[in-house]
Design a protein around this ligand. Structure first.
Ligand code: PGA
Length: 264
């Protein structure tokens, strides 16, 4: 695991975008796992700017989003479909046929739909690079505490805390969905490489538990300790509760010196 400490959220977005861009240049058919929320916005802005200024080309890339609210139509401004199109896809040259976002439509059989989402990830060759945020309760995707560490894409019930955290994206009076379709922790762990971003003091406790705590289904992100290629990119506020910050800085320096390819 690499822990990259950055001064602020802008630098977190720039570093994440730098890695996505270099992975995409190395493999134009990159399969990306993408996340929504406030944290990755800076990364998307930076990628859009690289597309315009340096010709970063998404035309052959494929994407799979982590999750979508249950019961929100794709055209709803609060849906993750809307978020992804308005914040990213509409501003770069992603081919619409290569974009996959879970469909949050109400249906009779969620497991058949979710199995189909899993199959489409497999038939695209699996996710090369997964981007994650982290919830205050340590969730990744919408894998709330006590999600199975082996879980796959499924319908998941949201905690009160998550519903409250997401209230900022909803106009007053609008009902906030209580469930979501989300990739599972097992789905996420199948990605070849994982970047997880966190900014702000409100994430510090979750980040510390994820990196330095025991692996536990109480903190979904702690399952990332099982993955051989995870990079946490976090700002000073989100790193606040980590006890080994100096060591992480030294690991980074030594990685730059001896195995710099790991940082691209
Ligand atoms: P945020 O959400 O980026 O809006 O803080 C992250 C998450 O809940 O995974």
């Amino acid at each position: 695991m690499l822990v990259v400490l950055k001064e602020n959220s802008k630098e977190v977005g720039q570093e994440a975008a730098r890695i996505v861009a270099s992975s995409l240049r190395a493999n134009p058919k990159l399969v990306l796992g993408l996340a929504t929320g406030s944290t990755p916005l800076g990364m998307y802005e930076e990628l859009i700017s690289l597309h315009h200024s340096a010709g970063l080309d998404f035309s052959q890339a494929t994407s799979f989003n982590l999750d979508e609210y249950l019961g929100l139509p794709p055209e709803s401004p609060q849906s993750f479909h809307y978020f992804m199109h308005s914040s990213f896809f509409a501003k770069v040259n992603f081919s619409p046929a290569n974009i996959h976002i879970p469909d949050g439509a109400l249906r009779k059989d969620y497991s058949a739909y979710c199995d189909e989402y899993e199959r489409s990830i497999k038939s695209a060759g699996g996710i090369d690079l997964q981007i994650l945020g982290i919830g205050r309760n340590g969730h990744i995707g919408f894998n709330e505490p006590n999600s199975s560490l082996a879980s796959r894409t499924r319908l998941k019930e949201l905690t009160r805390e998550t519903i409250e955290d997401n209230r900022k994206f909803f106009p007053p009076g609008m009902e906030i969905p209580e469930c979501a379709i989300t990739m599972g922790i097992g789905t996420i762990l199948d990605a070849r490489r994982i970047l997880i971003l966190a900014t702000g003091k409100s994430k510090a406790a979750a980040v510390a538990k994820a990196i330095e705590g025991p692996i536990s289904s109480s903190v979904s992100a702690s399952a990332l300790q099982l993955h051989p290629d995870v990079t946490f990119i976090i700002d000073e506020d989100a790193a606040y509760a980590l006890t080994q910050r100096d060591y992480y800085r030294r690991v980074l320096e030594l990685t730059r010196k001896y195995t710099p390819e790991k940082l691209d």
